[in-house]
Design a protein around this ligand. Structure first.
Ligand code: ANZ
Length: 944
């Protein structure tokens, strides 16, 4: 019987679906002690219209192997899958075609599911989640409300209910409260609080809430009618369409993630993530320890506070630079400078923060006309505005030390600001200054005198604090995250507005479902797409959404028009899977389920999510843990980033409408054009007719063939992408070689974390291996496995394989496992092994990798039911013990011949056998050796 992979794979995929083979059990499903849980998760896909290419399942295959392995070793494995189904592409498609994004999403999901099913994943589909499903986003909205109802207690380093904060305000005001809140929060007493109007109270509380409405600087693109993220802007214009982008203040929802900066940083220590990924998060969080230094402004009641990491250089400060957006700019600018300053600010607003940071060459700035006072020497120092100072970092003000800091120096030189060199001849860089011999040269700074930087900084802070002009300050680069999007296809905020102040819809009325709109574009007057909905008002009496005409601002109010960003739904989805579909109504998941599964044991996905999803989900997990919703404060214990699979693009040479085979010499300049890899075979031959069918624009082209009458393309490795025509569809691979071949091949390509090129030709190698494996269990058409004991050799092959493959899986080294299986099967064929004693464990060993063939062989071995939970074979050292050794026999250190001797022999017995050998006698030629050196298992050396 030939290896009919199609029939086999179809049969087992149907079996698994029908029997719900991979349905994870809940703790209460066990009679007695539950099995230990193990949670393996993939980053869930965004179901795009393009479907999956072979690069997408790479991580899924690796996690599937691990999940299957864990089932064999006695764990109750949770290995779910779902869809991150809100997002921009469906919305853009809707704008172009008018098709509702829900419909596009549904179609794409169906396609994804079909593709995934063909690969034989052991997903528990009964727990599927879709972020765009109202029953799912009900809980995203619920979490938003919890954030709104919470504040961050800095002293306790914990999020707490806002009601507790209100009680404190009622009894003590806010002077004793150590909270993470807006800098501009005024202090007030309990009496003040009582006197505040309700609206004032609400406004004040927004300074404390973990999600809050605030004026935020955003990149506003008027032509697209939306705010853009930094990475959606290229060279100052929108990536899509090339429209101008302005920096503008807009009222937006923000998440106070900055409150969690320290915990997000220190929590990394205990995570089993790659060092490079942790480093990326550390840099993103960007902790800086330094000081806030206060500068008085001459002839003014205002002061400037500047964040510095080098308070020890305070004597070198000769001017202060403010960010163009700094709130004091308009207040301190002198009338003479006003015109110039205003023009400058307008120009600066056109450059994104990213451009400003990246561009170190362009120095731009303007003098405000105002002067500050040096806090220690009281000398007047000019106040400038400079584009190199970012509004969102520190305090948006820099104490400039031109003789110490390069940017300050360049700025001073450019504008002719005097550069007093108080550190003459001294390198005050941190590296140089830790060298104390350098520090002895310092003349003018009392802090630096003879000290290293690490000692000088606290001394400087102390001196500044004594005079009341400075304090220690830890600053984080991590900014609060803007949470509003001017989009349609996202979660609606459960928010309506009374007197411009946000109110939450009560939990029992969730979900607040997306309204219907007739067009998915922003409105003509710039409101987000939800501004087009006719029914988008909240009736507080009927507790339901009603028509906008009914808004009376008494009981019926307008609803929020923004929607949540893509990262909202993906920040908590891992916890939703912990609960079964039928028990999801009343909570994210039951306490019992949460306490059993805890968090993800193994998470596999792309490293591009390092500072987005992977940070936001840590933030929400910590928050929900603080508030007693979740038992853990980290979502993902172990994380692996799979490398990218690259495509082998195919190119043809073109001049006009004539195309040349790669090996035909062309003298003129030619263009290189991509052609679709699906019309090129593994020996790089182009199927011209197929190309013409696929792409009608080639219909009338001339194709110049080579001498053999073939048309050859050139190849280049590039990122696999539809736009490069180099995508390989896993469906085609499954059709031609089978899912087991695809799985083995994806693993065989190389280490999981590395980028590697796809090469379809390599598939036949693993496919032939599976055919050999099949043959091992068959004799012609007949399944044949004997009950005879296995030979020592075969047992050795088996146990060598168990040892290596087990170690490989534990080390996530899947590529080396595949080659181990190949060696194993070759050896067993050579040994003519047909013994159940070996072939049965081998089927189990290979089942995580090639589960369909393993199930079929298992059935052949006489079992009914799935192989998936059969106990994993146990390695036994005794089978690897060598019983003989080939000894090199040396005479005076020179090897003359070898002898195979049993390892059981003692030293004396070895000597006896060696001496008796006639080759030894011949070498000695009648002499008696002085000494015979024997190291058992290693060498024999005869001296004399
Ligand atoms: C004086 C000084 C002297 C500084 C010196 C550095 C070297 P990190 O380490 O990244 O936290 N700075 C502060 N706020 C800024 C802003 N909004 N935009 C641009 N630069 C800003 O950097 C902190 C240092 O960056 C601060 O220390 C400040 O310059 C500058 F020899 O103050 B320093």
């Amino acid at each position: 019987m030939a290896y009919d992979f199609k029939a086999i794979e179809h049969k087992w995929q149907t079996y698994w679906a029908k029997n719900q083979t991979f349905k994870a059990k809940q703790p209460q499903d066990f009679i007695g002690e539950p099995k230990p849980p193990f949670y393996v998760l993939d980053m869930f896909p965004y179901p795009s219209g393009a479907g999956l290419h072979v690069g997408h399942p790479l991580g899924y295959i690796a996690s599937d192997i691990y999940a299957r392995y864990k089932r064999h070793t006695g764990y109750n494995v949770l290995h779910p899958q779902g869809y991150d189904s809100f997002g921009l592409p469906a919305e853009q498609y809707a704008i172009q075609t008018g098709q509702h994004p829900a419909k596009t999403t549904e179609t794409n999901i169906k396609r994804y599911r079909e593709q995934l099913d063909k690969i034989g994943f052991s997903f528990d589909w009964s727990r599927e989640v879709r972020t765009s499903d109202p029953q799912y986003y009900k809980w995203t909205q619920w979490i938003f409300i919890q954030l709104f109802e919470s504040w961050y207690d800095e002293a306790a380093q914990k999020s707490k209910p806002i009601s507790e904060l209100i009680s404190t305000f009622e009894t003590q005001g806010n002077s004793e409260v150590k909270a993470i809140c807006d800098e501009a929060t005024p202090s007030f007493s309990a009496e003040d609080w009582k006197d505040f109007s309700n609206d004032d109270k609400e406004r004040l509380l927004l300074n404390y809430r973990l999600t809050y409405l605030a004026e935020t600087e955003v990149n506003w693109c008027p032509a697209l009618g939306t705010v853009l993220a930094n990475d959606e802007i290229v060279n100052g214009v929108s990536e899509r369409g090339g429209h101008p982008v302005l920096r503008k203040k807009m009222k937006q929802w923000s998440m106070r993630i900055s409150a969690f900066a320290e915990r997000l940083l220190s929590g990394l220590e205990d995570l089993d993530w790659s060092e490079s990924l942790k480093e990326t998060q550390r840099n993103w969080i960007g902790k800086s320890v330094g000081a806030l230094v206060k500068f008085k402004i001459q002839n003014s009641t205002f002061g400037i506070s500047a964040f510095t990491t080098r308070p020890d250089t305070i004597y070198g400060v000769s001017f202060v630079t403010l960010a163009p957006e700094h709130e004091l700019v308009s207040q301190i600018t002198t009338p003479e400078q006003r015109k110039e300053v205003e023009a400058y600010i307008k120009a600066a607003a056109k450059r994104s923060e990213r451009d400003r940071m990246a561009d170190v060459k362009t120095i731009s700035g303007v003098f405000t006309g105002a002067y500050a006072e040096h806090p220690l020497t009281q000398e007047p120092i000019p106040i400038w505005i400079g584009d190199y100072v970012l509004a969102g970092y520190g305090t948006g003000a820099v104490m400039a030390v031109p003789c110490g800091d390069q940017r300050d120096h360049d700025f001073a030189k450019h504008f002719g600001v005097p550069i007093p060199n108080v550190f003459e001849g001294i390198d005050i860089s941190e590296e140089a200054h830790t060298d104390k011999s350098n520090a002895t040269k310092i003349a003018n700074s009392e802090f630096l005198n003879g000290l290293g930087v690490l000692e000088a900084i606290p001394k400087a802070i102390e001196a500044l604090a004594d005079k009341g002009v400075g304090e220690k300050k830890i600053n984080y680069r991590l900014r609060d995250a803007v949470f509003s999007r001017q989009r349609y296809w996202g979660e609606p905020f459960p928010v309506y507005y009374v007197n411009g102040l946000p109110k939450m819809i009560a939990e029992q009325h969730l979900p607040l479902e997306l309204p219907e709109v007739e067009k998915y574009l922003p409105t003509e007057d710039g409101a987000p797409p939800l501004g087009r909905a006719n029914e988008w008002a909240w009736d507080t009496e009927a507790s339901q959404v009603v028509s906008n005409d009914k808004i009376d601002h008494k009981t019926i109010f307008p609803l929020e028009l923004n929607t949540m960003p893509g990262w909202a739904g993906s920040s908590w989805y891992l916890f939703r899977y912990m609960e079964e579909q039928n028990n999801r109504d009343q909570h994210i998941a039951s306490d019992e389920a949460l306490n059993y599964w805890n968090n993800v044991d193994l998470y596999i996905g792309g490293s591009e999510h390092a500072t987005g999803h992977l940070l936001y989900s840590r933030f929400w997990t910590k928050f929900l843990n603080d508030r007693g919703v979740l038992p853990e404060d980290e979502p993902f214990k172990k994380l692996i980033n799979q490398g990218m699979i690259l495509g082998e693009s195919a190119f043809v040479k073109r001049i006009g409408n004539t195309y040349y085979s790669e090996d035909v010499k062309v003298d003129d300049d030619y263009q290189k054009i991509h052609v679709d890899v699906s019309v090129v075979d593994t020996s790089n031959k182009l199927d011209i007719e197929a190309l013409k069918l696929l792409k009608p624009e080639f219909k009338d082209a001339d194709f110049i063939l080579n001498e053999k009458g073939e048309f050859i393309v050139s190849r280049e490795v590039e990122k696999m992408s539809k736009s490069k025509f180099n995508v390989v569809n896993p469906d085609d691979v499954c059709e031609e070689y089978g899912a087991d071949s695809l799985r083995l091949y994806e693993m065989f390509l190389g280490p999981i974390e590395q980028a590697k090129p796809w090469n379809t030709a390599g598939l036949s190698g693993v496919h032939n291996f599976l055919k050999k494996l099949w043959k091992l269990y068959h004799n012609g058409d007949q399944f044949e496995v004997t009950e005879d004991s296995a030979s020592k050799e075969s047992l050795k092959t088996l146990h060598k394989t168990i040892k290596k493959v087990t170690q490989d899986i534990e080390d996530f080294s899947f590529n080396t496992s595949v080659s181990t299986f190949m060696i194993c099967v070759n050896e067993l064929i050579q040994q003519k092994c047909k013994s159940r004693e070996v072939l049965e464990p081998l089927a189990i060993l290979i089942s995580p990798y090639a589960p369909h063939i393993a199930e079929e062989l298992w059935e052949g071995l006489g079992y009914s039911g799935s192989i998936s939970e059969v106990a994993y074979p146990i390695f036994d050292e005794q089978y690897l013990k060598e019983d003989a050794k080939t000894y090199p026999i040396s005479f005076n250190g020179k090897m003359r011949f070898t002898m195979d001797l049993s390892l059981e022999l003692s030293k004396d017995e070895i000597e006896e056998v060696v001496m008796a050998d006639e080759r030894t006698q011949k070498q000695l030629d009648g002499r008696t050796p002085k000494k015979v050196i024997i190291v058992p298992g290693k060498i024999v050396n005869i001296v004399g």
